[in-house]
Every structure is written in structure tokens, then in C-alpha cells.
Design a protein around this ligand. Structure first.
Ligand code: BDR
Ligand code: CA
Length: 315
């Protein structure tokens, strides 16, 4: 079984990712929270609520991490795409669980030490906690098995700025540290996630499939409300009502690499630009491309992914 730590800024698609991940055959060692869609504190609190909703094992620890980017102030919550509370204004009961004492970065360092070359680090928010872990243990890149991130945009427009994606733009310096550290890194960026459009047809499938007992209904009903909020936020973008599933796409690729086609590339993060701050700059020059540092997902089998996602949430 894969040993996974997932870092989140929960966030609707982070919440859906957690629900999805809990239904997979992996060993979820813990969840770390970061600022991003919401504050780090709220990201942790939302995560606890989602674990409670899912009836997840009580021993999955949740750690809070960075509250701010390394060198800049946090830009504030992404209310339009995630609602006032980060969960599309869906009110979930308070969780009986609590956040663990200690910092997310220390937890990551400790687990990498405990399970050398076994850890899958899945990053679904700004990369600050990973950059901090790296600062604490510069040998971290050799110690983990893989790092899969949702972030970046190579050949497509950005979503935070015209050319940068929100998780990278959320902390460009942290992303720069991570991208230049030599991690076995896979990037699931907007190039694929903006094509992973979950539509009303998929939502219907979810409704048809979910277990009709109380537990099953509860999870699927909340998932449906979260997705409906997202459909609203993206209204008018596509012919059919729908929304991209950014973070769950990265989870899917981490669990089954065969879902995506990947190309090794040299990708650097813009940390100085006035128009391009946080851009993921890939060297695609013919015959001149520099040494690759990232496997970039360029294409994925979206329907196969959606079927798995729906089946997992309906289970
Ligand atoms: C990413 O930014 C956040 O809004 C989402 O949760 C996702 O991780 C998409 O750019
Ligand atoms: Ca996220």
C-alpha cells in the first residue's frame, strides 16, 4: 500500500479529494493544512469536518502548517470559488477531532525519516509546507518516493493571474525551492485539470450510484452540494453546467500513474515578474531544452478518472 501524506488548503476540491482518498486502498499517514483557498486554521478545521463526515479512522492526524507564504502576505480567501467558509457555504457539524500539536513541516520531515523512500507526498495547495520541510531537512528529496502536486500551467492560461496557477502563485518562492530541490516531482497542472470537467451528467451518475443507506447518502449529498456550488461559480464558462476537478485529478494520477501521459520538462518558477509572478516556465525549445526536473502531465483519461471518482464517492 502506498503511504500517503496529503497537504491541503480545504477548499471544495481539496474536500472532495479527501473524501476520494479515504476510499482508496492507501495508508493515509496524515493530512497537513496550509493557507490558500482559506486560512490555514480554517483549512485544518474544514479538514477535520470532512474526516468526521466520512467517518474516517480517528487516528488519521491533521497538522496545521504555514499561515502565510514564505516572503509575502497571503492574498486572502478565494470566496468566489470556495464560498465564505471554503466549503461552498455548506454547513457541516463541528468535528469531535482536533488538530495535532506541532507543525505540518515537522510531521513531513519525521515521516520521511521513519519511512525512507516510501512516502508519497501529495500537495494540493501552495507548496509552503514542503518548502519549510525542505529547509529543515535538505536531504528530504532523497528520502521520499515521490511528490505529486496540483499546480502550474504550461501551455494554457493561468487562473490566479493570466499566466500563473493559484497554488504556485500562492507562494512562488516556496514553489521555486521545491522545483529546484531535486524531488521526484510530478506536476498535475491546469493543462490537464481544466479538461477534467465534471458535468451534470456525472452528478446524475453519482446520484444513481450512491449507497442508499444513511452513511452513503450523507457523503454523496455533501459532495453533490459542493459540486453544485462550483457549477455556480463557473456558470457560463462551458456549454454544459460543470466545473473542473483540480485536486481530485492530482489524487487520481498519484494513485494510478497510468491515467495520465507525462512529459519530462525543465520547469522554473517566476519569482520576480510583475506580470508573470508564479508562472511555471517550461523550457520547450527544440534541441535546447534544459535538464528536466519535473514530469508534467499533459493529457489524461478523464472519463476513466470520473468513473473512479464517482464510484469511490458512492461506495
Ligand atoms: C488550485 O487552487 C485552488 O483553488 C484549488 O483548491 C486547487 O488546488 C487550482 O488552481
Ligand atoms: Ca487546493
Amino acid at each position: 500500500k502506498k503511504k500517503v501524506i496529503v497537504d491541503v488548503d480545504t477548499g471544495i476540491d481539496d474536500a472532495l479529494s479527501i473524501l476520494y482518498l479515504l476510499k482508496q486502498d492507501v495508508e493515509l499517514l496524515g493530512i497537513t493544512a496550509v493557507f490558500g483557498n482559506v486560512s490555514a486554521e480554517r483549512a485544518a478545521a474544514n479538514t477535520l469536518k470532512i474526516l468526521e463526515l466520512a467517518g474516517a479512522p480517528k487516528d488519521i492526524p491533521v497538522f496545521q502548517g504555514a499561515e502565510q507564504p514564505l516572503f509575502r502576505p497571503w492574498q486572502g480567501p478565494a470566496v468566489r470559488f470556495h464560498g465564505e467558509n471554503g466549503l461552498g457555504n455548506v454547513e457541516l457539524p463541528e468535528s469531535s477531532r482536533s488538530v495535532q500539536p506541532g507543525h505540518a513541516a515537522d510531521f513531513i520531515v519525521q515521516k520521511a525519516e521513519e519511512y525512507p523512500e516510501e512516502l508519497t507526498l501529495l500537495f494540493l495547495g501552495p507548496l509552503t509546507n514542503l518548502a519549510l520541510a525542505l529547509a529543515k531537512d535538505p536531504r528530504l528529496p532523497e528520502k521520499v518516493k515521490e511528490v505529486v502536486i496540483m499546480g502550474g500551467a504550461i501551455r494554457v492560461p493561468g487562473n490566479a493571474t493570466p499566466v500563473s496557477e493559484a497554488n504556485i502563485a500562492g507562494d512562488p518562492e516556496a514553489a521555486h525551492m521545491v522545483f529546484s530541490a531535486g524531488f521526484p516531482l510530478t506536476m498535475v497542472g491546469l493543462d490537464v485539470t481544466m479538461k477534467a470537467i465534471f458535468t451534470e451528467r456525472h452528478l446524475k451518475l453519482l446520484e444513481e450510484k450512491y449507497r442508499k443507506d444513511a452513511g452513503g447518502q450523507k457523503i454523496a449529498r455533501v459532495a453533490k452540494e459542493l459540486l453544485e456550488f462550483r457549477f455556480g461559480a463557473y456558470a457560463g464558462y462551458w456549454e454544459k453546467r460543470g466545473c473542473p476537478l483540480h485536486d481530485p485529478s492530482a489524487v487520481a494520477v498519484a494513485l494510478d500513474p497510468s491515467l495520465a501521459e507525462k512529459v519530462p520538462m525543465q520547469v522554473q518558477i517566476e519569482t520576480k515578474g510583475t506580470l508573470s509572478l508564479g508562472a511555471t516556465v517550461a523550457d520547450l525549445r527544440i534541441g535546447r531544452g534544459a535538464e528536466p526536473n519535473v514530469l508534467v502531465c499533459v493529457k489524461a483519461d478523464y472519463e476513466r478518472f470520473f468513473n473512479r471518482f464517482i464510484d469511490a464517492l458512492a461506495k
